[in-house]
Each structure stands twice: as structure tokens, then as C-alpha cells.
Design a protein around this ligand. Structure first.
Ligand code: IPD
Ligand code: CA
Ligand code: CA
Length: 249
């Protein structure tokens, strides 16, 4: 069995190769298709990167199960290791060439967040964490900020595929807006979590996310000294859809 740092480094190499595929994507051949819900698209590149990761991660850790956004993968939820992967988080941004998308790879071990890598190829920023060993960006330690909400920036996701949550999302954003410096909406939940981890913003919430949106980012926030729960304040489970609230303290 390889040591965890070797596994992490190999995952980072794989994430960067996928990032290159995003950067070199042929914008005339995106092969955009609709998925369930409003404004929920998948491109040929989401599928291609997921396929790449399925192969590469199986080489890195053959005993691990693989759960990815773009295929209905039946996994053994009791397995020791489970990869939870979003090949492109921020697909609408990717389609729009908005340069705010990433590859997100989480690894669950014995039901707990164990390792996470989020790579943003546009800024060449790679966020990573191993449980109990801190969080890093391009190899440098990162920490949540110590600013209070009054001097903080609040990020939120609008749960675009669940329009029934839109009113509540924007009402909560308005509540926070009145208490903080300003609000942002990036279009990538994984990058929002990394922004909390690296002290660029103080609080992030979204009323519904899938496990692949937060598998890596939640660990990165926790390892950077932040707190991640559901919006109600409950424990954030690894393999369930959930609301997410991440904050510096
Ligand atoms: C979406 C993004 C977005 C968030 C959505 C996610 P996708 O992921 O993270 O910021 O608001 O809830 O589903 O579909 O681009 O992988
Ligand atoms: Ca996603
Ligand atoms: Ca995605």
C-alpha cells in the first residue's frame, strides 16, 4: 500500500492533466446536453474528464470505489476507500468561458473525509488536504481568515437546479448581505469552499449540494481551521445530498 502523500501527489498530477483538458477544450465542439433541472448542462468534456479520472484513480488506488457526477455509479458504500469526484465543478462557467471552474477529487476512508484535491486550471491553483495534516494551496499552508462577519465577504450558491429553493437562498443571502461587507456568487461550490479555506471569504452557504460538490472542499476548509456543517448546523455527511455552510469560525 502506498503512503498517503504518494497518493495525494499522484492525484494532483491526475487533476492537473484533467485541467489541461479543460484549458484546451474545443469551444466549437462542447457537445452540450441538458440534464434534469433548470440550467443543468453536461458537456462532452465533463464526461471525458470523468472517464480519465476513473481510469487514473483506479491506477492510483485500485481498491477504491468511484462515485462521479456524470454516471450513475453503483458503489459499495461500506468500502474502505471511496473516491467522490466532480470532473468539472462550474460547468456553466466552463460553457461560458468564465474561467471559474475546477476538477474536484475527494477520497473518503472508512466513512470519513480523508483527502481532497481541488484544481483550478485557469489560475493554476491546486488546493489539497489530508485529514489531520492541514490544508495547502500549491504546496503552501493555507488558513481561514480571522475576520468577523461584519468585515467579511459571504459567498453563496443559488442551487440553480432546484428552483424551489431560489427564494429561500436569496432571502438568506439578503440576510447575510445586511451583516457583512458584500456577497459573491462564483458558480463553483468547490472553489467557494477553497476561498473560505484560503481566507479570501468568511462564510459560504448553499441550500442543496451533491456529495461530489463538497467532498474535497469540505475537508480543505476543515483542515484550514474552518467549520463545515449543514445550514441547520448538523454534521455534513460524506455521501448524501445536503445543504452546506462553511465558515471561518
Ligand atoms: C454546481 C456548481 C454551482 C452550485 C451548484 C452545483 P456543477 O456544480 O458548484 O456553483 O451552485 O449547486 O451543482 O453542476 O457545475 O458541477
Ligand atoms: Ca458540481
Ligand atoms: Ca460537475
Amino acid at each position: 500500500m502506498k503512503d498517503t502523500h504518494t497518493i495525494l501527489n499522484e492525484i494532483i498530477v491526475a487533476a492537473k492533466e484533467c485541467g489541461q483538458v479543460m484549458l484546451q477544450a474545443d469551444r466549437n465542439n462542447f457537445g452540450i446536453k441538458d440534464k434534469a433541472g433548470k440550467a443543468n448542462f453536461v458537456t462532452a468534456y465533463d464526461c471525458k474528464i470523468q472517464e480519465m479520472l476513473q481510469i487514473k484513480l483506479a491506477q492510483i488506488l485500485p481498491e477504491a470505489e468511484f462515485l462521479g457526477e456524470e454516471e450513475d455509479c453503483r458503489i459499495n458504500r461500506e468500502a474502505e476507500y471511496i473516491f467522490v469526484v466532480d470532473p468539472i465543478d462550474g460547468t456553466t462557467n466552463f460553457i461560458k468561458d468564465y474561467h471559474m471552474s475546477c476538477v474536484s477529487i475527494g477520497l473518503i476512508r472508512n466513512g470519513k473525509r480523508y483527502l481532497g484535491v481541488v484544481h483550478n486550471p485557469y489560475l493554476d491553483e491546486t488546493f489539497s488536504a489530508i485529514s489531520g495534516e492541514g490544508a495547502y494551496m500549491n504546496g503552501n499552508a493555507i488558513h481561514v481568515s480571522s475576520d468577523d462577519l461584519e468585515n467579511g465577504v459571504v459567498l453563496f450558491g443559488s442551487s440553480p437546479y432546484n428552483t424551489e429553493l431560489a427564494k429561500a437562498s436569496f432571502e438568506l443571502a439578503y440576510e447575510y448581505f445586511q451583516k457583512c461587507l458584500d456577497i459573491r456568487r462564483s458558480g463553483s461550490a468547490a472553489l467557494d469552499l477553497c476561498s473560505i479555506a484560503s481566507g479570501r471569504a468568511e462564510l459560504y452557504f448553499e441550500l442543496i449540494l451533491s456529495p461530489w460538490d463538497f467532498a474535497a472542499g469540505a475537508l480543505i476548509v476543515e483542515e484550514a481551521g474552518g467549520i463545515v456543517t449543514t445550514v441547520e448546523g448538523d454534521t455534513l455527511l460524506c455521501l448524501e445530498k445536503s445543504s452546506v455552510l462553511a465558515r471561518n469560525k
